[in-house]
Each structure stands twice: as C-alpha cells, then as structure tokens.
Design a protein around this ligand. Structure first.
Ligand code: PLP
Length: 453
C-alpha cells in the first residue's frame, strides 16, 4: 500500500495543501482575468494557469492561540489531571453540539477505540463499518481482535449504503459504526431504524463532521456516542486531538474511566464493574484544549464560508457535464464540509483518464485528489488473514470467508475511476476562487482530446 493511501485525508497536509501558518484568512490576491483566446489553452499545454494565486493557508491562528498556549505554559498545569482548560473546552464543545456531555481525548482514533472498549468489543465480535473511510475506522476494530465488516458505498452520496449495512448484520454483530464521510451526514434515518430493529448500538465516526446536522440535530448525537478528530487537516484543529460526545451520562463516565487507566475523574479509585476491567491513557493535554477553545470560536464562521463557496461551486459544476458533486440525503440540515467530494465521468472528457485530469488540474494551480481506494483489497487489510492471533480466534477458513464477505462492487467503481476530492481549505477564500476552479475544469474539458495523450 502506498503511504499516501494509508494516511488518507492526512495526506492532504503532506501534498501541498497546508502551507505556512499565517495570520490572515483571506482569499487570493492576484488573478489573471480570463478572456477567450490564448487563455483557453490548458496550463499543461503551455497556457496560463486558471488559478495563479494561492488558496488560504491552514491552520489559521492569531493572538488568541498564542495567549492560550502561554497561559497553560505559565500555569505549570500541562495535563488535564492538573488543570481546568480541558473541562472548559468539553463544556463549550458539548454546548456547540447541543449535547449534554463531551470528553476530550488524545485523538479521533482514541475516541473510537475508547467507545469500543466501553462496549467490551472483542474476539468473536463483528463491527460494521463503511469501506469508504479513513483506515482508523478499521484499525480500532482490529485492535480489539474483532472482525471489521466492510460495507459497500452508495455511489451518489459517497456514504455507507444503508441497505447493504442491514444485510451485513449477523448474530455476531456487536456495534454499527457508520462514518459521516467528508463531513456529509450518512443516512441516519435508515441507520438508526436498522439499529433499533436489530437492537444494536451505534457509534458515529463523526471525525470529519464537527457541526454537521441531520434533521436539526448534530451528527454524533444519534448514536450512543459520537467521535470527533482535531488532527491538523480537520476543520477544528489542535494538531492532534479528539472528542467523544454523548447524552448518556453513564456511558460518558465509562469512557472517562477507560481513557484514564480505569479510574474515575474525581478520585484515584478504579471504576468497579465489568467495564472497568480494561483501560488506557487517552487524555488530552491542556495545550491542546487551549488551542481548541480558540479554534472553536472561529469554527462556525469558517463552516459558513465553506458552505457558501461550495454551494456556489455546485451551481457552476451543475453546468459542466461529467462532473457530479456528492449528493446530500434529504435529512441533511447542515454540512460542515471537510472534503468536497465529486465524481468524474471521463466519457465527457474525450475518454481522458482521471489521473490525467488530476495532473491537468494541478498544472492549473488546483490540487485535486483521487481520495480513498479499495480499502477491502489493500495488502494491509488482506494481511489480516495471516495474522497469528486472528488465525487462532477465527481459523484459516473463517478468515478466508471474512475476506470474501468484504466485496464492495460499487465502491470499486467509485474509487477506481470516478472519485475526486478538494480539501476544505480551498473553500475559505472568496467566490472568485470558485469561478476560477470551474474555469479550470471547463478549459480542461474543452481541450480534453488534445490533453489526453
Ligand atoms: C481523522 C479520522 C479518524 C482518526 O482521527 P485521528 O485524530 O487522526 O486519530 C477516524 N475516522 C475518520 C473518518 C477520520 O477522518
């Protein structure tokens, strides 16, 4: 597996989207006005770039973050067991989410792992996840020696197919773990109905979706718990960081104990009972919480700007045959866009490959990614069949059957040749930037026959 695929969305930071930190959140400053003629020539064929400027830099910070870091530094209280910044962030985050409780943790992976730990997921259990996700969703299941069951994608929305999710349930299923991919909500009506019918708990992997909402309620509030990530590419950023949200006090207390070596918040005593028999250290630092409090104060304004730009771009792309943005389900009432996901149909581009399109866009000054691949067929995933512990638990035949079960034909089509992404920071500038993105695609389309070779 390529390192880039393994890192998933984090790869965006490593491939040029994240630039030097800056104090301004502006759009680009200089443009070449588009007129027909020479400017119609794609940059790959020697014409001028459609987008000669730079997209807004990421991350954004100012004196607020500087002060917050210095305050923690000088207090000498650097961990959550010493200070009070983390509980303040938890309260503010829960309030923003419209939920009763939140628990800040070291990162999004820890948020998911902690919840699976509280449910006591282990050998012999199955956890249902989408195939189209960051590898962390898969890893947390495997860390518990349970079987991750990878479900096919609804190609129009890029989300887990709710019908195939239901069909994947067996007597061994312990948890449903849908993901809100790119910040776009998965079909929560269908998923929650399936969960109820089968009496299964839902953990929402909302790591890319801080602030997105379904029927007026934030995602992460439908399941027993929701997981969020504050890793550097995510819309709310503290370099590394994460949170669990829940309306269930007993559940969040169990999560606290799990992430604190089995101990409760107010004393050094172990939390009794079966759920207290395993634990870890998943605690957030006060430095992370300090940065997050500042970043949180900007999140909604940034989300609004992204949304405005994306809705505008959707309008422009609506005029371009062969470019289809990911569809939103009817229940979606807000999107905190982490990715702009869309499909490319090469038959409208003179048969030009997706890879060549990405190259042509790059030459125009616009970074475009193919996104996730076939996770179910990655060597990393296939290798689980040879893992000695898995062989001990499930047997050779059991592991073969597991691998065969994870067929995802729609996801194959989507990821092999159609899917494309733009990163969220491209939408923090002006609508003018959107005009130039659409202009680049039009120019490439017009010259596709020539570009193709
Ligand atoms: C980022 C992400 C995670 C993991 O979060 P980290 O903070 O990087 O550990 C899990 N699931 C999805 C869908 C993600 O995008």
């Amino acid at each position: 597996m390529k390192r880039r695929q393994f890192l998933g969305v984090a790869a965006i930071a490593g491939t040029g989207l994240a630039m030097a930190p800056t104090k301004v959140m502006g759009g680009i400053s200089s443009f070449t006005p588009m007129v027909s003629g020479e400017n119609d020539k794609p940059a790959l064929l020697g014409g001028p770039k459609a987008f000669p400027g730079q997209f807004p830099s990421w991350p954004f910070y100012d004196g607020q973050e500087e002060q917050a870091l210095l305050d923690v530094l000088k207090s000498g209280k650097w961990g959550r067991l010493d200070g009070s910044v983390t509980p303040q962030f938890e309260e503010e985050y829960a309030r923003m989410m419209g939920l009763k409780h939140s628990l800040a943790v070291a990162n999004g992976t820890t948020a998911l792992y902690t919840m699976l730990g509280v449910f006591g997921v282990g050998p012999g259990d199955e956890v249902i996840i989408p195939v189209y996700t960051f590898v962390a969703t898969y890893n947390v299941v495997v860390l518990n020696y349970a079987l991750p069951i990878l479900v096919d994608t609804d190609i129009e929305t890029f989300q887990i197919d709710p019908q195939k999710m239901e069909q994947a349930i067996t007597p061994a299923t312990k948890v449903l773990m849908p993901v809100h991919m790119g910040g776009l909500p998965a079909n929560l009506d269908r998923i929650m109905a399936t969960a109820q019918k089968n009496n299964l708990p839902v953990i929402e992997d909302a790591c890319q979706a801080a602030g997105s909402a379904w029927r007026g309620k934030t995602v992460g509030s439908y399941g027993i718990g929701g997981a969020f990530s504050f890793q550097s590419t995510k819309n709310l950023n503290s370099g590394e960081g994460g949170a669990i949200v829940s309306n269930d006090e007993a559940f969040i207390n169990d999560c606290y104990a799990f992430h604190n070596q089995g101990k409760g918040p107010s004393s050094a005593s172990f939390v009794p009972g079966e759920k207290g028999t395993r634990g870890s250290n998943g605690r957030m630092t006060e430095f992370q919480a300090g940065i997050l409090r500042s970043q949180l104060s900007r999140l909604q304004a940034q989300d609004k700007r992204r949304k405005r730009n994306i809705e505008y771009l959707n309008g422009l792309f609506g005029e371009i045959p062969g470019i289809t943005p990911a569809k939103l389900y009817d229940g979606v009432t807000n999107v905190s866009y982490h990715l702009y996901m869309f499909r490319y149909d090469k038959s409208h581009f003179a048969g030009m490959s997706r890879q060549r399109f990405i190259q042509a866009m790059g030459a125009e000054g616009i970074n475009t990614w193919s996104g996730y691949g076939r996770l179910n067929r990655e060597a990393y995933v296939a290798g689980l069949q040879q893992n000695k512990h898995y062989l001990k638990i499930y047997g050779e035949k059991g592991m073969k059957e597991w691998f065969e079960r994870n067929q995802c034909p729609q996801n194959d089509i989507l990821t092999d040749e159609q899917s494309l992404w733009f990163g969220q920071t491209m939408f923090l500038g002006s609508t003018r930037d959107m005009d130039l993105i659409a202009e680049a695609v039009r120019k490439i389309q017009k010259n596709a026959a020539q570009l193709k070779n």
